[in-house]
Design a protein around this ligand. Structure first.
Ligand SMILES: CC(C)(COP(=O)(O)OP(=O)(O)OC[C@H]1O[C@@H](n2cnc3c(N)ncnc32)[C@H](O)[C@@H]1OP(=O)(O)O)[C@@H](O)C(=O)NCCC(=O)NCCS
Length: 140
């Protein structure tokens, strides 16, 4: 998948969340050899930073018209497999406290909360939203 397609999916999936990643931003991230793309056809992608023994899920997005059909679950499973095969033993991420779809996705994938960052996300004029930090072990 091209960085331009990733940027399109990201913009559509995060519309209203105040997170804008251009194709150039994504291309620059992919130049770093610790950042790996994981793609699901043309409907979704994730970027995961792997620096064994840890990995961090930087973003995951399914294009809105394809959401709710199990693609997110499949993509997250591919991310976990990728991180584990590259030597990571633990993966973590941060998620907005009001992102119910993502929270359900991660809970089903056995992530647990490790912390809370108050007022972490700022979206235009709205009140800031807390971030949860989540993590889970890999392998074993
Ligand atoms: C989060 C996201 C990747 C999930 O992808 P998806 O393809 O819609 O998810 P799936 O259909 O695989 O569903 C996975 C689980 O998430 C939960 N889920 C999905 N959509 C949901 C919704 N709208 N509300 C509540 N739970 C939801 C379900 O529990 C589901 O598992 P189950 O059916 O076994 O119970 C997708 O909604 C998305 O791209 N959102 C915008 C970007 C984003 O918020 N990324 C995460 C940032 S941390």
């Amino acid at each position: 998948m091209t960085p331009a397609r990733m940027a399109d999916i990201h913009a559509a999936a995060f519309a209203g969340h105040g997170q804008v990643w251009s194709a150039q931003d994504i291309a620059a991230l992919l130049c770093r050899n610790i950042i790996h793309p994981v793609c699901l056809g043309q409907v979704g992608f994730a970027l995961v930073q792997i620096l064994p023994p840890e990995a961090e899920l930087l973003t995951i997005a399914i294009t809105p018209t394809a959401q709710g059909k199990g693609h997110g679950r499949a993509l997250l499973a591919a991310v976990l497999a990728k991180a584990e095969s590259a030597g990571a033993r633990r993966i973590f991420l941060e998620v907005a406290a009001d992102n119910t779809a993502a929270l359900a996705l991660y809970k089903n994938a056995l992530f647990t909360q490790t912390g809370r960052r108050r007022g972490y996300y700022r979206r235009g004029e709205g009140a800031p939203v807390d971030a949860f930090t989540l993590g889970r072990d890999l392998g074993a």
